[in-house]
Ligand binder design. Structure first.
Ligand SMILES: C[S@@+](CC[C@H](N)C(=O)[O-])C[C@H]1O[C@@H](n2cnc3c(N)ncnc32)[C@H](O)[C@@H]1O
Length: 259
């Protein structure tokens, strides 16, 4: 402890970091207290989307993205969706509603036991390391009577560690359907994160997911800004707020005649 203290006194950057961190621990909740979320916008007349907007009031690390996850998933008109990382079931809540609308299969994978996050009978939960499970996935689909192991929507929200994300992309992306899309949360993780409507939340400094994604796509991306990019045959759209939310969609341009 004393050694740490001496090291800190000798290095002004450490002191500045500590002050900044302690300041944000106090400052962020205080700031948010005076910048409450405005009323949620009208969202039309689909009950499932209304439920999702209601769910946003829980103010979790992913709540700002839930309607966008819903929109991305319904555009896929999915038959099979896979969720990697379930925890308390925020993303599961959204994907379950999409699965019910389209009669799709939803398989969620988590290393922890998350089987109680929903009581929907159609839901399939697998407690496993997701990289290990990818190799068994085609056989799993066959044993579950899922007609095809090709995934229309793959949602990735697990450890956020660089090495693990590299392995996840290598293991799961070959299972994506031709028109399938990958959705990643936490592609812009920093200690203090801007939320929707100008509020803030505390998080961690971690470029693991975006670094692994850039390497996978072979493309430089700036996750601090909203953007749309084309990397090879992939269309990438990105929301920078709330830890980042990125959608990667195969374009299939190679198989079409360009006009
Ligand atoms: C950020 S949380 C997921 C949040 C969830 N998507 C939501 O919206 O509520 C990350 C989850 O990934 C799981 N996880 C971490 N490493 C994993 C691994 N190797 N395989 C499967 N799940 C893993 C954790 O147990 C944790 O529940």
């Amino acid at each position: 402890m004393l050694r740490k203290l001496i090291k800190a006194v000798k290095n002004p950057q450490i002191i500045a970091n500590v002050i900044l961190w302690q300041g944000s621990l106090l400052g962020v909740p205080l700031y948010n207290r005076f910048h409450a979320r405005p009323p949620l916008p009208p969202c039309g007349n689909l009950p499932e989307l209304t439920e999702i907007y209601e769910r946003m009031k829980r103010d979790t690390d992913i709540s700002d993205h839930l309607p966008f996850l819903f929109a991305t998933a319904i555009r896929q008109q999915p038959r099979l969706m896979v969720e990697l990382g379930t925890r308390g079931g925020e993303s599961t809540f959204v994907l379950e509603r999409v699965a019910k609308l389209f009669g799709a299969a939803l398989v969620s994978v988590d290393i922890d036991d998350c089987r109680n996050v929903t009581n929907w009978e159609g839901w399939r939960f697998v407690q496993s390391d997701d990289v290990a499970f990818a190799g068994q996935f085609p056989a799993y689909c066959a044993s579950e009577g899922i007609p095809t192991p090709h995934i229309d929507l793959l949602f990735l929200d697990t450890s956020h560690l660089y090495d693990h994300t590299v392995q996840e992309l290598a293991a799961w992306m070959p299972l994506l359907a031709d028109k399938g899309c990958l959705v990643l949360h936490d592609t812009n993780q920093h200690r203090t994160v801007r939320r929707q409507e100008g509020r803030y939340m505390l998080s961690i400094e971690n470029p693991g997911v975006i670094t692994a994604l850039q390497e996978f796509l072979g493309c430089k991306l700036d996750s601090s800004q909203d953007f749309c990019a084309v990397c090879g045959d992939w269309l990438v759209t990105h929301r920078a707020l709330s830890n980042g939310f990125t959608v990667v969609q195969r374009l299939g341009l190679d198989s079409h005649q360009r006009r």
